[in-house]
Design a protein around this ligand. Structure first.
Ligand code: OSB
Ligand code: MG
Length: 368
């Protein structure tokens, strides 16, 4: 496979409803898409960086800069035998995993298309249907939160995750357990707490949550070891896990019992697969996190979620939960029993709609 050229596009997409976390409130996404041209086919990837460096250090503009000025020059014109060759070529650049994943995942899509097989089969996926949960943003009132949960359960989703922040956790969880005693429920703090909040977090043990996601700092493995030692509820790490070595340290030290894998955060499919395999060897279940992706990123997430140790419902949901109109055909839909059926078409399976994409593109760069 010869990497011929790379087209970067920035698209703007308005969310159906604003999404609020402990660190930000998003109403419109600025998403960077990569289209890589390899032996006459196009492979597509999506950058999962946020508009600001509040979830992780990268943002849409740092990714554009790093891709254009460092990563593409390391890749252009190269002859590869597989997309698995991309990561080693980029390793000289430290960090910037979301920028790396943008182009790496696009090359995986291209390889699968060249081989005329679905991406999920190329990476060794096994599931033909993936279990889905939803992530519900912070709401102003408990009634509003309950209404949102009710709606998602009616749509079939198998587990509910709510975003929490200091002062907006106990009343929320208490109320949901009162109204929905038997649902699979979990919370995600996005690093909003400190070790001193241990006694508050301990109170959550009474509500048999599936897990508490990333209560402490984005780089605080040590703190999570302390929290996990003192809690019955499993800790799931998201922000803390950027590399295989972080995952190894977290597991060995006992910082978590579950890991959320996001393609962007770990640098693409090759690294996601390595972390997946490591977790499987240690009986640590994983699930696929979401980053408010457009259909391209969703399609990549679906492919990854077919790997066998993605045994818990992920944050991969229907296009229409986020977008009035997605950028792929067909859009992602969810079955009444809360699953996504995996497609058998080549590559990511969903086809990028070039008309729709060009109508919302605000900048474009064709790199050769
Ligand atoms: O922590 O999982 C997170 C969105 C943006 C940044 C971080 C996170 C999230 C979500 C949304 O929870 C998941 C989704 O895309 O549905
Ligand atoms: Mg999270």
């Amino acid at each position: 496979m010869r990497l011929h050229s790379l087209t970067l596009r920035e698209i703007h997409l308005k969310l159906v409803t604003p999404f609020e976390t402990s660190f930000d409130r998003t109403t419109e996404r600025r998403i960077l898409l990569a289209e890589v041209h390899v032996d006459g086919v196009s492979g597509w990837g999506e950058c999962t960086a946020g508009e600001a460096p509040f979830y992780s250090p990268e943002d849409t503009d740092t990714c554009w800069h790093i891709l254009k000025n460092y990563l593409w020059p390391m890749l252009k014109g190269r002859e590869l035998s597989s997309a698995a060759d991309v990561w080693p070529l980029l390793e000289h650049a430290r960090g910037h995993n979301m920028a790396k994943a943008t182009v790496e995942t696009a090359v995986w899509d291209a390889e699968a298309k060249l081989k005329n097989i679905p991406l999920w089969k190329l990476i060794g996926g096994e599931r033909t249907e993936i279990p889905c949960g939803v992530s519900i943003g912070i709401k102003d009132s408990l009634d509003e939160l309950c209404a949102a949960v009710k709606k998602e359960l009616a749509a079939g989703y198998q587990r509910i995750k709510i975003k929490i922040k200091p002062g907006k956790e106990l009343p929320q969880v208490q109320r949901l357990r009162q109204d929905f005693p038997r649902i699979k429920l979990m919370v995600d703090a996005n690093s909003a707490y400190r070790l001193e909040d241990l006694s508050l977090l301990k109170q959550l043990d009474a509500y048999y949550l599936m897990m508490i996601e990333q209560p402490l700092g984005w780089d605080d493995l040590f703190g999570h070891v302390e929290i996990q030692k003192n809690l019955q509820t499993p800790i799931c790490l998201d922000e803390c896990i950027h590399t295989y070595e972080h995952a190894e340290a977290a597991i060995t030290l006992g910082a978590c019992k579950i890991i959320n894998i996001k393609l962007g955060r770990v640098g693409g499919l090759l690294q996601a697969k390595r972390i997946h395999d490591l977790c499987q060897r240690h009986n640590i279940p994983v699930w696929c996190g979401g980053m408010l992706e457009s259909g391209i990123g969703r399609a990549q997430n679906i492919a990854m979620s077919t790997l066998p140790n993605f045994s818990l419902p992920g944050d991969v949901t229907a296009s229409q939960r986020y977008w009035h109109e997605d950028v792929i055909n067909p859009e992602v839909t969810v079955t009444p029993h809360g699953t996504i059926k995996v497609l058998d078409a080549p590559g990511i399976g969903f086809v990028p709609r070039s008309d729709r994409i060009s109508s919302i593109t605000v900048r474009q760069d064709h790199l050769t």
